[in-house]
Design a protein around this ligand. Structure first.
Ligand SMILES: Cc1cc2nc3c(=O)[nH]c(=O)nc-3n(C[C@H](O)[C@H](O)[C@H](O)COP(=O)(O)OP(=O)(O)OC[C@H]3O[C@@H](n4cnc5c(N)ncnc54)[C@H](O)[C@@H]3O)c2cc1C
Length: 473
């Protein structure tokens, strides 16, 4: 047994960061206490984020495909939507997964406390249990994994059941006749896609010039085109000036060059303008932990805060606010506590937008390369040349590699198209392994699959892809 196995660790917050940390700490022989207000581990991701949204997006996809099937000679008629059953199916998915995590905690002998934690000092927490008890507990190390919550814009604060955030939108209380989504980030677009499939007339406003500001524009374009078909309107460069409750809905006043009706009434309004880190933990000021200007807890590459006893991971320490980043940070923090020589310094954290088509990217983006004046070569493979895409009737996709022209090393991968989220992992492995474009071109990919588009984009890099004819070489 190593020295670290004598340590007693507390993890505050049982999201994908917190429970991954707690489980590894237990696997390494440490004594672990995991604290979270929910009945079981899961955090935002399982209870009101990744998992329920993806369950609903699956339903949206089935509805959409069934409608599309008439192009192939198969007609189903209009879907009948039983909202209560849909909701209970989604809830059953969440319950199964979170219950499974509860089991895994027990099997690992992690002490799971349902409750809220506050700091008394760097090593002591006051834990308010859900059963009403209040305890003061001391630990050798504490990992903060308190995550984030939906950001609130002061001008858009309105106490009304018609005003939704991502959490209440996922509750799926009904299907509004009209829905305005404020914010064209991935959460707004994913939830907008769900409600549009269920029958709402969805409009989207985004303050910036385009949807999904973090993604390369050529990846966003096919999605934008498809969304123009499923949404009533998409208004970039538009800000919402005010929201007012009326008897029939929410009156929204918007400003922007493309706004035709400045005031419009919507049945419901979903505000999805980003997330705010939960760094306002009571008593944190009694420790040496420092919080930066944007509210993120400051950590180094070992996930150590300015307080030697306290580590922090996940959404509460910064972007990208994604579940897989949180869990990798969680495991790294525990390894650091265990004395392993490790740091969190990935070359590629994948980002996936689970719309239809999906967008996924990892490593260097083309936009980032341009901003940094970095010389790169971009090889694109259009899915119109993919046999698999054609069999799916989804040829709007595109796969691209961002390659260092000198070393021919793959620096970034971007994909737009169905199942982009499943395929991006190949890009992550390629980048992390330092793969050259040649390695990808020479790795035999199965036919007919969409993954071949990654291999063929590497062939495009060398100017001779089987399915793309270049007359002027
Ligand atoms: C609608 C939606 C869809 C999303 N989809 C995806 C996706 O597809 N893929 C993806 O990677 N990410 C997605 N995310 C983001 C993802 O949910 C977060 O990045 C992830 O949950 C962060 O994990 P975390 O462990 O840092 O914290 P969280 O999951 O936020 O968990 C933190 C936990 O700490 C608890 N807590 C806070 N304060 C205290 C305290 N004082 N005491 C005890 N407990 C406390 C909270 O209640 C919470 O349970 C989505 C988010 C939303 C909202």
């Amino acid at each position: 047994m190593s020295e670290s196995s004598n340590l007693h660790i507390a993890v505050i917050g049982a999201g994908p960061g917190g429970y991954a940390a707690a489980f590894l700490a237990a696997d390494l022989g440490m004594r672990v206490t995991l604290i979270d207000p929910e009945l079981n581990p899961g955090g935002v991701c399982l209870y009101r984020g990744c998992i329920p949204s993806k369950a609903m997006l699956h339903v949206a996809k089935v509805i959409d495909e069934s409608r599309h099937a008439k192009n192939w000679g198969v007609e189903y008629g209009d879907p009948k939507i039983d909202v209560a059953r849909l909701r209970s199916w989604k809830e059953s998915v969440v319950k199964k997964l979170t219950g499974g995590l509860g089991q895994l905690s027990k099997q690992r002998k992690v002490e799971y406390i349902q409750g809220w934690a506050a700091f008394e000092n760097s090593n002591t927490l006051r834990v308010k249990r859900a059963n009403g008890n209040d305890d003061s507990l001391s630990f050798d190390r504490i990992i903060i994994a308190t995550g984030s919550r939906p950001a609130v814009v002061p001008g858009l604060k309105l106490d009304s059941p018609r005003m939704l955030n991502s959490t209440s939108a996922l509750d799926l209380n009904d299907v509004p006749s009209t829905l305005l989504v404020i914010g064209g980030g991935y959460v707004g677009l994913e939830l907008g896609t769900v409600y549009a499939a269920l029958g709402s007339k969805v409009s989207v406003v985004e303050m910036l010039p385009g949807l999904l500001p973090g993604a390369d524009r050529d990846l966003v374009l096919p999605l934008h085109k498809r969304m123009e078909k499923i949404f009533e309107s998409i208004l970039p460069n538009t800000t919402v000036a005010s929201v007012k409750q009326e008897s029939g809905g929410i009156r929204v006043t918007s400003d922007g060059p493309e706004v035709k009706e400045r005031e419009k009434v919507f049945d419901k309004v979903l505000v999805s303008v980003g997330r705010k880190p939960n760094s306002d933990i009571p008593g944190l000021e009694k420790t040496q932990v420092q919080v930066g200007q944007r509210g993120f807890i400051q950590v180094n590459k070992q996930l150590q805060t300015d307080d030697p006893a306290i580590y922090a991971i996940g959404d509460v320490v910064g972007e990208p606010m994604l579940a897989h980043k949180a869990s990798h940070e969680g495991r790294t923090a525990v390894e650091v506590i265990a004395g392993h020589k490790v740091a969190f310094e990935p070359n590629a954290i994948p980002a996936v937008v689970f719309t239809d088509p999906e967008i996924a990217w990892c490593g260097l983006t083309e936009t980032q390369a341009q901003k940094e004046n970095r010389e790169v070569k971009v090889a694109r493979f259009p899915w119109a040349a993919s046999g698999r895409a054609l069999t799916l009737d989804r040829t709007e996709g595109m796969t691209k590699l961002i390659v260092d022209p000198q070393t021919e090393r793959v620096l970034g991968v971007g994909i737009v198209g169905v199942s982009a989220g499943e395929m991006i992992s190949e890009g992550v492995v390629a980048i992390e392994m330092g793969a050259l474009a040649k390695d990808i071109a020479l790795s035999i990919h199965p036919h007919p699959t969409l993954s071949e588009t990654i291999m063929e984009s590497a062939e495009v890099f060398f100017g001779a892809s089987t399915h793309v004819y270049r007359p002027n070489r």
